[in-house]
Write a protein that binds this ligand. Structure first.
Ligand code: UN1
Length: 459
């Protein structure tokens, strides 16, 4: 029997955005076979043809900007300005990868004999399975699919059920520019994901650390390449002095942008020296964010993706205050009644074993920790299992940069939000934040190809 699921709008949970068929293991295996059947046409196409197809996809996604942005806002509750930014990034990703298709695909090595020719070639894996999240429903599927396709792979995307409509729309637009079957989208839950992990030739995953490590283990069993982008517990370190209001705005955006639903969001604010003035400014900046229906272009913080996500944030705040003795710095009480809203929250002076300092929450919630000096701040920042992003905020650029380099994170920033990624630069983390090769930029070539050495000599 075929089962279906609904995707609903988090700001109006009674509004159904779409109804989708839940893929079974068999459905996924069929999709992988169809994608494999398309591989000779696609991998065998000239690199210039692959490049042109990605350029056409970029133009078409660009042309349909309004429709995609509108659906992103409705389906995942992303504020309009952030949804528009994600769309722009998606077009850039497609254009960039149209050029990746034209990069050199091998190396010629010196040899010991004049007769011997020794080269290394990069070859596509075949069918790459992409397991993608709802929080960047346009950019993440594309930043995986575009390099995979540029290098001659076919792809099967298992979209998140919470962003089924928008991911299907954007991948459908790309699929139209390619040979039939080279891009497939399936919808579903664990059964679909497991079937994809068990049948694709390589897997790229973005989601929680719990699921990502299971995916990586399953791929290791089959000896297929895997890349997993997982959680973060990112820190912003704040040096004393300087323009406190400007510093607070940077950190506030890292906490509250898209209601904190980014693996790159700031969860820990580490003040060095006396941070009293900064913490007050940060709480005020968070309380100032316009909260409401993201359909309104002036709204900066919308709802969380689901009621369970909202409840998780609320429980963490409650637990921090009741059990861990935290002080709450933010004060707002104007949370809209409908929809899965939670106002940005800032707490501080937690018990050191608080789950807030250990587990990812994935919501607009951060805690303040006071560090005695630079060494103490680095020790606290690096004292978690995650290592995705980190930022240092301060006017003394030399000191800030030195501190940034001491953070054990994949992406360290100075006077920038911990969130935000450039499509042409390697993206990924250390520790339990990431596993496997980096994503994006030219780093993606490592993930989506295997290397074959060819030695040729004459008789
Ligand atoms: C960003 O901060 O712009 O799922 C990108 C995530 C990350 C991407 C963040 N993989 O939140």
């Amino acid at each position: 029997m075929t089962s279906t699921f609904q995707s609903v709008s988090p700001q109006r949970p009674d509004t159904v955005v779409g109804v989708f068929q839940t893929a079974t293991g068999d459905d996924v295996r069929k999709a992988v076979r169809r994608a494999a059947d398309a591989t000779p046409d696609w991998a065998g196409a000239s690199a210039l043809d692959r490049s042109r197809a990605l350029d056409r996809a970029a133009a078409e996604v660009d042309r349909r900007t309004d429709e995609i942005v509108e659906l992103t806002v409705r389906e995942v509750g992303k504020p309009r300005s952030e949804a528009a930014g994600e769309l722009r990034r998606a077009v850039d990703i497609l254009r960039f990868n149209a050029q990746v298709a034209l990069q050199p695909v091998g190396e010629v090595h010196p040899t010991d004999g004049a007769q011997l020719r020794l080269t290394t070639l990069r070859r596509p894996h075949g069918v790459v399975g992409l397991i993608t999240p709802w929080n960047f429903p346009v950019a993440i599927p594309l930043w995986k699919a575009a390099p995979a396709l540029a290098l001659g792979n076919s792809v099967v995307v298992k979209a998140s059920p919470d962003s089924a409509a928008v991911t299907e729309l954007v991948m459908g637009i790309v699929a139209e520019q390619l040979p039939a079957g080279a891009v497939q989208v399936v919808h579903g839950y664990a059964e679909a994901g497991q079937a994809l992990v068990a049948s694709a030739d390589a897997i790229s995953f973005t989601g929680s650390t719990a699921v990502g490590t299971a995916v990586a283990a399953a791929c290791a069993q089959r000896c297929v390449p895997v890349q997993a982008e997982m959680g973060g517990l990112n820190a912003s370190l704040v040096l004393p002095g300087g323009d406190v209001a400007a510093a607070a705005r940077k950190v506030a955006y890292s906490i509250a942008g898209y209601a904190g639903q980014k693996c790159t969001a700031t969860r820990r604010v580490i003040t060095i020296g006396d941070g009293t003035e900064f913490v007050e400014a940060l709480a005020a900046a968070l309380d100032d964010y316009r909260l409401g229906d993201p359909v309104d272009p002036d709204v900066a913080v919308g709802p969380l993706i689901a009621s369970a996500a909202r409840d998780r944030v609320a429980q963490n705040v409650e637990r921090a205050i009741e059990h861990d003795g935290a002080v709450r710095y933010t004060r707002r009480t104007d949370t809209p009644a409908d929809g899965f809203y939670h106002a940005p929250a800032l707490v501080g002076r937690l018990a050191p074993d608080s789950p807030l300092l250990r587990d990812e929450v994935f919501g607009p919630l951060a805690c303040v920790i006071e560090a005695a000096d630079d060494d103490d701040a680095v020790r606290i920042a690096n004292g978690v299992d995650y290592g995705l992003t980190g930022a240092v905020i301060g006017t003394d650029l030399e000191r800030a940069q030195e501190l940034a380099l001491r953070l054990h994170v994949g992406m360290a920033k100075v006077n920038e939000p911990t969130t935000g990624a450039s499509h042409h630069v390697p993206f990924g983390g250390e520790g339990i934040s990431s596993f496997g090769p980096r994503e994006q930029g030219l780093a993606a070539v490592e993930m989506y190809t295997w290397k074959q050495t060819l030695a040729v000599s004459r008789l």
